[in-house]
Ligand binder design. Structure first.
Ligand code: PAN
Ligand code: ZN
Length: 201
């Protein structure tokens, strides 16, 4: 595994780094069950399996002391009234934090803890967000016509627990109302108990 200093440039607008090891592309079809308006989801998917977001990652060893980092690009759009967003996850090792730095666009980070706290933070160019240990996180692009680009860095042993959010959702949704983003309760949110841990999906 690489153990030499690493540099790369990020071209803006767009947010694509000039070097990366892994490029993940999340399409609408991989987000079944994540959006509240299931009718809009189905009709959109029937028309086109569009790309909602992409992640460029630099691979490092999953060793204590290492950091994983990369770029997240959430494209603009909505399913019904709900803005395009990432799946969202807890870290499998709950006691691990993450830092996001917004490079482009306008977004919101929707966060919550297993204990019932929730928070929504604004993402805009130049703004740094520290997501503390225990907080699930999902980024939402609230600007029409522009990608939301963020740089992220987190401990390499953190892992990702997607299952808890996939089953239970997050407590809050971000929808467009009268042309503006609005944070509302998720009518389908259900308490799933403690995060399930584990990787994948
Ligand atoms: C980020 C996210 C990235 C995509 O690298 O993984 O923004 O979001 P999902 O993983 O929820 O699909 C991060 O938070 N890593 O821990
Ligand atoms: Zn994370």
């Amino acid at each position: 595994m690489r153990n030499r200093p690493l540099e790369f440039d990020v071209s803006l607008p767009g947010g694509i780094p000039d070097r990366y090891d892994q490029h993940t592309v999340r399409r609408l079809s991989s987000m079944r069950g994540y959006f509240a308006d299931t009718d809009s989801f189905s009709s959109m998917l029937a028309a086109e399996d569009m790309v909602l977001y992409e992640v460029y990652e630099l691979v490092r060893a999953s060793a204590p002391g290492e950091l994983l980092h990369g770029l997240s690009v959430v494209h603009p759009g909505k399913v019904g009234a709900e803005y395009f967003m990432t799946k969202g996850h807890f870290h499998s090792v709950l006691e691990t934090a993450e830092v996001y730095y917004c490079l482009q666009g306008r977004g919101m980070m929707v966060m919550e803890t297993p204990e019932g706290d929730w928070s929504v933070a604004e993402l805009r160019p130049g703004r740094v967000l520290h997501v503390p240990p225990r907080w699930a996180h999902r980024s939402v692009n609230v600007e029409s016509g522009q990608d939301l680009v963020t740089f992220f860095v987190y401990p390499a042993h953190a892992g990702h627990d997607y299952a808890t959010i996939q089953v239970a959702g997050l407590r809050k949704l971000v929808i467009e109302r009268d042309g503006r983003p609005l944070v509302v309760d998720n009518p389908r949110w259900c308490s799933s108990g403690p995060p399930q841990g584990g990787d994948g999906i």
